[in-house]
Structures are given as structure tokens and as C-alpha cells.
Design a protein around this ligand. Structure first.
Ligand code: ATP
Length: 365
């Protein structure tokens, strides 16, 4: 046979370079298009026909990415369906995850956050206007394009295209960022675009102070609430001294996003119109020079309770998609693992896609 018959179409067109990252479902590499010398990221899925959650995630990601085009949403350039792998060639975000950016900087100034959230809200507005819910917003899935802090929403493996009236019942997300309605009793679980606003509220909180609003690390005899209880009750605060330099308008926006009742939670349009977003001027104390050291130490919060704070870098990244339900009346986080076990929640997802898209199932054999 001529040699080319053994070379995959992807490898004929692109040169594979170093690994950029790894997720639950795929590995991501830098690649260079041979014809143009242009650099891209390629997300490589190893086919496992029996792995329903992986296949669903891939189909879902392709379905969403094929229909979107926005400066703050990672763009899909090309796809290759080969015998053992599926390749998604994506726009490159050379600065990597926002997560690492925040960990490096400890926290961001209000001005930086405003710039960041203008883009994130615009990206989410674009998706929500098209009835797409991301469902897994967290700093690891927000990619940084350049040093000017231009960002793009990435990883649409859990995204969902919903009908106007429809809601989804799949348990998904990452514990620290997950909305309270996702943790509600499975019988009554019902959630919509509002889940993305909650997760963005958690991200905004983290960006401004360097630690999460909800954490298992906070649980103590003085504060006997599990992570799940903290989220379901919307039990968070702004401990001093970390929040002292942050102005009230920023806190007001967070409070409007971290509203337990999804119907009362801000929509993305309300977020964009909030005075903190439109202010455009830093608060009096707005400066990254004012970083408070010892973020992981003990502190007294505004309610006078002493708690242990955990740095963002210490959050254990586990997915609720891998939750093993323990029964109708015990829907809380009981077991979670990086290795999916038990009933596959993703299997319950409805498939609703824009009519003009190719069937993503063609990518799985
Ligand atoms: P998850 O476990 O969150 O579902 P996944 O398997 O779907 O992950 P991604 O989150 O899309 O994979 O990618 C894994 C990592 O690869 C990202 O967190 C990021 O570090 C890196 N990465 C992904 N896409 C790009 C890109 N376009 N440019 C640069 N790095 C990227």
C-alpha cells in the first residue's frame, strides 16, 4: 500500500506538538497546520464505544461547537473522525486556564475582574440567547488568550441545547461551582440557564479574593454545614480583611448572582447592566498591590465566626457527573469520583440540536 494509506488525515494536515492539558474525557495538544504554519489546540478523544458518558460528552461538545461563533467562545476549526480517535481542532488559547492565572496572581483587581466578566457575560449571553447552557463554568474552563486577559469559554462537554420551556435533570457540574437547584431532590430537580449565572458568581467571588465562597474546608463545630448545605442555603460571606478593599457594588453583583432561588437570580442581561459592570472606574482601594497575605490562614468574618479558608489551588476538582446517587431522598453529594461508576446520568439527556448541524453521532462508531 502507498504510505499515505496508513497516515491519518489529521496527521497529514497537522503536526502534533506538546501536551497542553488533560480532562476527564480527552487530552489536548498544541498542533501546527502544515499548510499555513498556524498554531491550534487539538482535543483528542480515544474512542471507547462502550463508554456512554464519554460518547455523550463528545457528541454534546461537537453539537454545541459546530453552531457557535463568538469572540468569547472557543471556536472549532475542524474535526476528524478516525478509526480509533476523534480530533477536534480548536482555536488556541496560549495563556491556558484562568485557574492558573488566578493562582499565580492570588486574586485580581476589580478593574481586571470587570474586564474579565464583561467578556464572560457576553460569551454567556451569546450562548443563552441561543438556548445553550454551558453547565460547567469554572476557572479551568475559561481559557486565557493573551496577557491582556482576553478570555474564551471552553469545554462544552456538559453543555446542553435546551428548548424555551425545557429543563434538564442531569446531575452535572463541579461541586464548588454547582448551583443549589442541581443539588435539590432529584424528583424536583429542574434547572435552566440560571445555573451558569450561579457558577459565574462563584468565579467572580474567587477572582476578587482568591478563595471560594463555599468549601468543605469551612465545615467545623462552629460552622456545621457541609459544602452541599452551604450551597443549598446560599451560606457565604465576605470575610475581613480579604474583602475590605473590595467596593460594595461588586458585592451587590455577587449577591444578585448567588441567589438560591433561580427565578430570582439575575439573568445575564441584568448582570451586564449592573452598576458595577457599567461603572468602568476602579473603587477607591482597587489595587493588586493591596494583596492580603496568608490567605489560607484563620480569620474572623463579619459574623464573628472563625473559619479556615482554603486557597483556590487546593480545591479538589471532582465532577458531580460521576456521582453515584444514593436514593431519591438522599440526593446530596455522597460519593464522587474521577472514575465514572453506577447509573450514567448523561444517558438521560435529551438530544435537541439546531437542524442545520451535522449529526455529531457520525463521529462515534
Ligand atoms: P473536563 O474534565 O473539564 O471535562 P475535557 O476532557 O473536556 O475536560 P478540556 O477541559 O476541554 O477537556 O481540556 C483540558 C485542558 O486542556 C484544559 O483545561 C486546558 O488546560 C487545555 N486546553 C483545552 N483547550 C485548549 C485550547 N484551545 N488552548 C489551550 N489549552 C487548551
Amino acid at each position: 500500500y502507498p504510505k499515505s494509506r496508513h497516515i491519518s488525515a489529521f496527521h497529514q494536515q497537522y503536526t502534533l506538538q506538546e501536551k497542553l492539558g488533560k480532562g476527564h474525557f480527552a487530552e489536548v495538544y498544541l498542533c501546527v497546520e502544515k499548510s499555513s504554519g498556524q498554531r491550534y489546540a487539538v482535543k483528542i478523544f480515544t474512542k471507547q464505544p462502550g463508554d456512554k458518558s464519554k460518547n455523550d460528552s463528545l457528541q454534546q461538545e461537537i453539537a454545541v461547537l459546530m453552531g457557535v461563533s463568538h469572540p468569547n467562545v472557543l471556536c472549532l476549526k475542524d474535526t476528524f473522525n478516525e478509526p480509533s480517535h476523534v480530533y477536534l481542532v480548536l482555536e488556541l488559547a496560549p495563556e491556558g486556564e484562568l485557574f492558573n492565572y488566578i493562582v499565580r496572581r492570588q486574586k485580581l483587581s476589580e478593574d481586571e475582574c470587570r474586564k474579565l466578566f464583561t467578556q464572560l457575560f457576553q460569551g454567556i449571553k451569546y450562548l443563552h440567547d441561543r438556548n445553550i447552557v454551558h453547565r460547567d463554568i469554572k476557572p479551568e474552563n475559561i481559557l486565557v488568550v493573551d496577557k491582556e486577559l482576553h478570555v474564551k469559554l471552553a469545554d462544552f462537554g456538559l453543555a446542553k441545547i435546551i428548548g424555551e420551556e425545557s429543563f434538564t435533570t442531569t446531575l452535572c457540574g463541579t461541586p464548588c461551582y454547582v448551583a443549589p437547584e442541581i443539588l435539590a431532590n432529584s424528583k424536583h430537580r429542574k434547572y435552566t440557564k440560571a445555573v451558569d449565572i450561579w457558577s459565574l458568581g462563584v468565579v467572580l467571588y474567587i477572582c476578587l479574593c482568591g478563595f471560594p465562597p463555599f468549601s468543605d474546608e469551612l465545615t467545623s463545630p462552629d460552622f456545621p454545614y457541609s459544602l452541599s448545605d452551604q450551597i443549598k442555603q446560599g451560606n457565604y460571606d465576605y470575610p475581613s480583611p480579604y474583602w475590605d478593599p473590595v467596593g460594595d457594588p461588586a458585592l451587590d453583583l455577587i449577591d444578585s448572582m448567588l441567589v438560591v432561588n433561580p427565578e430570582k437570580r439575575f439573568t445575564v442581561d441584568q448582570c451586564l447592566a449592573h452598576p458595577w459592570m457599567t461603572a468602568g472606574t476602579p473603587s477607591v482601594n482597587d489595587s493588586t498591590n493591596g494583596l492580603v497575605s496568608g490567605l489560607a490562614g484563620l480569620e474572623v468574618n463579619r459574623r464573628g465566626v472563625v473559619r479556615q479558608r482554603t486557597l483556590l489551588s487546593a480545591i479538589n476538582d471532582v465532577q458531580i457527573t460521576n456521582l453515584v446517587p444514593t436514593g431519591e431522598n438522599q440526593p446530596d453529594i455522597k460519593i464522587y469520583s474521577k472514575n465514572p461508576k453506577g447509573p450514567d446520568a448523561a444517558a438521560k439527556q435529551q438530544e435537541l440540536r439546531p437542524a442545520d448541524q451535522r449529526d455529531p453521532k457520525e463521529f462515534m462508531e
